[in-house]
Design a protein around this ligand. Structure first.
Ligand SMILES: N[C@@H](CCC(=O)N[C@@H](CS)C(=O)NCC(=O)O)C(=O)O
Length: 197
């Protein structure tokens, strides 16, 4: 295998792919910071969507974490996701998209407490999704190796990032908080920890 993953050390979308690739074998990681001009220009030149992660596999260039996952799953004979699992992944990614948007708007200086229907709808979405995930998360066991899969890698990367960026107090979501604690020694977690803020 000759994979190169392009991304940043802090992005939760990139991290879940790094954890997955770590569990699959060796890969090269090319780190970029799209907030810096040089890297931003580079990213635009290789990806019209202008987002990370990107996977390079020989001549193939694959955009979007979910497409990268499907590509790797096929190549490594990982069982395709069921519809229930696809729905869980969609929910995790929707919460992640929303949190990234809110974080980026706040970092850009927007008043997040201003009366704004769109911001309100975004803020509502995250707790709704976390509650929706509760029955699934409560059944996960770190000692069961089948439970460390792309869904849990996605959830772990997301929840860790929420705390890392001080976006949410997970004490209000004890099931998720326990998951984060229970899976902290899972393969690839330590190796992909983001740098201290
Ligand atoms: N749907 C994409 C989302 C990836 C994404 O949102 N990446 C963020 C970093 S976490 C990004 O590249 N943002 C670029 C920007 O904000 O301009 C995926 O699943 O890969």
């Amino acid at each position: 295998m000759n994979y190169t993953l392009i991304g940043s050390f802090t992005s939760p979308y990139v991290r879940k792919m790094r954890i997955l690739l770590f569990t699959l074998g060796t890969y090269e990681f090319k780190s970029i910071n799209y907030l810096e001009q040089k890297d931003s220009d580079y990213l635009k030149s290789i990806n019209p969507i202008n987002q990370i992660p990107i996977l390079l596999d020989g001549e193939s260039k694959i955009f979007d974490s979910r497409v990268i996952y499907n590509y790797l799953a096929k190549k490594h004979h990982i069982k395709p996701l069921s519809i229930d699992e696809e729905n869980i992944l969609s929910a995790i990614d929707a919460a992640l998209d929303t949190s990234i948007n809110l974080f980026s708007l706040r970092r850009g200086g927007l008043d997040m407490n201003a009366e704004n229907q769109y911001i309100e709808r975004q803020k509502e979405r995250v707790p709704m999704i976390l509650n929706y995930l509760n029955p699934w998360v409560s059944k996960l066991e770190a000692k069961n190796s089948d439970h460390w899969n792309f869904l849990t890698m996605s959830l772990y990367s997301y929840l860790y990032w929420l705390e890392y960026r001080n976006l949410m107090d997970l004490n209000d979501f004890p099931i998720h908080k326990k998951f984060l604690h229970d899976f902290k020694n899972a393969p690839g977690v330590f190796e992909t920890n983001p740098p201290p803020v």
